[in-house]
Unconditional design. Structure first.
Lengths: 156, 427
C-alpha cells in the first residue's frame, strides 16, 4: 500500500448499507464491477457501510482493486474491517462536495489531505495512526499479525 | 477531569490509568462472541478456523488466546444450507480442539440474547462480538462492540483489538415513562433526533431519573440499536436493576464502573418521556422515526416479532396481552420468533405460546429467522420489531419494512394496518 496515491473517482450517495455494497456495489449498480478499474477510489456520503458486519461486502471492494474509500462518515465496523483487510477507509467531511464522478483525487494518508486534481479543491481528514498505517503497509491485519504476533503475545 | 464509563473500561483494558477521546489503545478482551455464520466459508474460502490455523502454524503457536473467553452460538437452527452446516461443524471442531463454549439446540436461540441470559455479559467488561449487534450488551454496563471476520481471527490469536477511544454523547432520560412506551419507542425517537449521521463512531451513554424504570429488556433493545445510529457502543449505568439481573444469571464476580460526575461529554441531549407517543420508523433507515399517528392506516402484509432487538420475554408478554382472545387479520402473516429458548420456555410456562397459536400467529423456533432470510415479495409491507429496515433486508428490494415496538406490531397484525397500540392495550 502506498501512503500517497491518485485515483479516479466513482461517486455514491448517503446511507449505503453493506448488503447493497456486496458484490462490488451490486445493490446500487449491478454493472459496476465491469466499469471499475484497479486503483480507482470510491467517494460516498454519510454512513457508508452501515449495517451487517459481514465481510463479503468490504472484501468485494478490496478484490476489485479499489485503492481507497472516502466518505463523509463510515460505519465503525466497516471502517475497521476495510483497514484490517488492507484497504484505506477515510472519513473526510466535505469530500463529496469537492468532486464529481470521473475526477482524479490525490490522497495522502500521513498528512491527512485529499486534493481534487481536476479543480484544485482540497479537504483534510484525521491522519492515520501509526498502528493503522502499519496494518495497511503489511496488507491487512492477518499478514500484520503473522509478522508481529510473536512480539505482541503476552504470556498466556 | 473525570472519565465516562466507556473511557474507564477502555483504560482498564489498555492497562492505563486514563484515556480520552481519540486515544488509540490496544484493549485486552474479556469476552469474544462468535456467531456460527462466521465459521462458514462465506467470507473467506479458508473459513475462520482455516485462517486461524494458518496463523498458528506460521507462528509456531498451538492454542487460541483464551478459549474460556470465547462463546459461540448457532444463530440458525437447523442450518439451511450446506455451507452453514459445514460452518457449524467447523465451529464444533474449533471448540473441541481449542476449547470454547458452544450454545446450540435448546440451549441457544439468538446469540446476543443467549450471551446475556447465560451470564456471559457483566458490568465493567470489555467485550467484542463477531456480529454488528454485539453492542446490545452495553445494557448491562459493559463496553461492547461488533467486529468483523478478520478482526475476530486477530482476537483469537492475540486477545486484543486496536481501538480509537470514542467521544461520548450523554442522553438524559427524564420524566415518567408511560406504561405503553418501551425501549424500542424511546430509541426510535432518539435516533430520529440524531438523524442518520448523529452518533457515528461515538459512545452513547444513557442516564437520568427515568432510567430506573426502564426494564433490562428495554435497555437491551435500546443498546441493540446503537449500531443503527452508527455509534461504536451504547451503555447504561450498572444500577441496582442491572446488577440484580447479572447476579441472577451468573455467579462470577465483576467490577461495575460508573461515570465520574465531571466526565466530559461531547454533547448532551435530554428526552422527557412523560407524554411520549409510540414511535415507528418508516422504510429506508432506522432513523426514519416519527410518532405512530403519522403512519396509522398503512396496510400491512406481514407482522414480525423477532430478532435480537425485540423478542424477549417482556416483548412476548405484551404481544400476548394484545393478541389474547383475538385473531390476526386474515390479510396478515404474523410471525413470532422468540429471542432465545430461555424466552421460549418461559413463554410456554406462562401460557403465551398458546395465545399466539390461537390468535393464528405463526410461532417459529428461536433463531435469527426471517430477520435476514427473505420472506417479503415485491411491494409487500411488513411491520417488524427488528432493527433494520434497509431496502432488501427481508426480501425484495421493493418491499417495505416499518419498525416498531412489539405492541405496535401485535396491534397492527390484528388491524391489518399500522395502528396506535394504545387503542388495543387492555390496560
Ligand atoms: S436477529 Fe437479525 S440483527 Fe440480530 S443477530 Fe440475528 S440476523 Fe443479526
Amino acid at each position: 500500500m502506498k501512503k500517497n496515491f491518485k485515483g479516479k473517482v466513482w461517486k455514491f450517495g448517503d446511507c449505503i448499507d453493506s448488503g447493497n455494497i456486496k458484490g462490488v456495489m451490486a445493490g446500487i449498480d449491478p454493472e459496476f464491477h465491469t466499469k471499475v478499474q484497479p486503483g480507482d477510489v470510491i467517494v460516498a456520503g454519510i454512513n457508508f457501510g452501515m449495517g451487517s458486519s459481514s465481510e463479503d461486502a468490504p472484501r468485494s471492494l478490496r478484490d476489485a482493486g479499489i485503492a481507497a474509500i472516502l466518505a463523509e462518515s463510515i460505519s465503525n465496523i466497516y471502517l475497521r474491517t476495510l483497514i484490517n483487510l488492507g484497504l484505506p477507509a477515510i472519513e473526510c467531511p466535505g469530500v463529496s462536495s469537492i468532486v464529481e464522478e470521473g475526477h482524479e483525487l490525490e490522497v495522502d494518508l500521513e498528512s491527512g489531505r485529499v486534493r481534487n486534481l481536476a479543480n484544485g479543491a482540497s479537504r483534510t481528514f484525521a491522519p492515520f495512526s501509526d498502528h493503522a498505517i502499519a496494518i495497511l503497509e503489511k496488507g491487512g491485519l492477518i499478514p500484520y499479525l503473522k509478522s508481529s504476533l510473536a512480539n505482541n503475545r503476552e504470556g498466556t | 477531569m473525570g472519565m465516562t464509563i466507556t473511557e474507564k473500561i477502555c483504560a482498564r483494558a489498555a492497562g492505563r490509568d486514563r484515556v480520552g477521546p481519540g486515544d488509540m489503545i490496544d484493549g485486552k478482551i474479556d469476552k469474544l462472541y462468535i456467531k456460527d455464520l462466521r465459521f462458514s466459508k462465506a467470507e473467506d474460502p479458508k473459513g475462520l478456523y482455516g485462517l486461524f490455523k494458518e496463523i498458528l502454524k506460521e507462528m509456531g503457536i498451538h492454542k487460541a488466546w483464551d478459549p474460556d473467553k470465547v462463546i459461540i452460538n448457532f444463530d440458525e437452527q437447523p442450518a439451511r444450507s450446506t455451507r452453514r452446516a459445514e460452518g457449524q461443524e467447523s465451529a464444533k471442531q474449533f471448540s473441541q480442539e481449542h476449547g470454547a463454549t458452544i450454545y446450540e439446540g435448546y440451549q441457544g436461540g439468538i446469540g446476543h440474547n443467549v450471551m446475556v441470559e447465560k451470564g456471559h455479559v457483566r458490568p465493567g467488561e470489555f467485550i467484542v462480538g463477531a456480529d454488528s449487534h454485539s453492542c446490545t450488551y452495553g445494557a448491562l454496563g459493559c463496553f461492547a462492540t461488533g467486529i468483523g471476520f478478520t478482526e475476530t481471527v486477530g482476537v483469537l490469536a492475540t486477545g486484543k483489538i486496536w481501538l480509537k477511544v470514542p467521544p461520548a454523547i450523554y442522553i438524559e432520560l427524564a420524566g415518567k415513562r408511560p406504561s405503553w412506551i418501551w425501549g424500542k419507542d424511546i430509541v426510535l425517537r432518539i435516533m430520529a433526533e440524531f438523524g442518520a449521521n448523529g452518533a457515528v463512531n461515538k459512545t452513547i451513554e444513557y442516564g437520568g431519573s427515568a432510567v430506573d424504570d426502564i426494564s433490562i429488556e428495554s435497555r437491551l433493545s435500546m443498546c441493540n440499536m446503537a449500531v443503527e445510529s452508527l455509534a461504536l457502543n451504547a451503555v447504561f449505568p450498572p444500577d441496582e436493576r442491572a446488577i440484580e439481573y447479572v447476579k441472577q444469571v451468573s455467579t462470577a464476580t465483576f467490577t461495575p464502573v460508573e461515570s465520574d460526575p465531571d466526565a466530559e461529554y461531547e454533547s448532551r441531549l435530554r428526552f422527557d418521556l412523560t407524554d411520549m407517543e409510540p414511535f415507528v420508523a418508516a422504510p429506508g433507515v432506522p432513523s426514519n422515526g416519527q410518532p405512530v399517528h403519522e403512519f396509522v392506516g398503512t396496510k400491512i402484509n406481514q407482522a414480525f416479532i423477532g430478532t435480537c432487538s425485540n423478542s424477549r420475554i417482556e416483548d412476548l408478554r405484551v404481544a400476548a396481552k394484545i393478541l389474547k382472545g383475538k385473531t390476526v387479520h386474515p390479510g396478515v402473516r404474523m410471525i413470532v420468533t422468540p429471542a432465545s429458548y430461555g424466552a421460549y420456555f418461559q413463554a410456554r410456562e406462562e401460557g403465551l405460546l398458546e395465545i399466539f397459536e390461537k390468535s393464528k400467529a405463526l410461532l417459529t423456533a428461536s433463531e435469527c429467522g426471517i430477520c435476514t432470510r427473505p420472506s417479503l415479495a415485491t411491494g409487500e409491507v411488513c411491520i417488524s420489531s427488528g432493527n433494520r429496515n434497509f431496502p432488501g433486508r427481508m426480501g425484495h428490494r421493493d418491499a417495505q419494512i416499518f419498525l416498531g415496538s412489539p405492541a405496535t406490531v401485535a396491534a397492527s397484525a390484528l388491524a391489518g394496518e399500522i395502528v396506535d397500540p394504545r387503542e388495543f392495550l387492555p390496560i
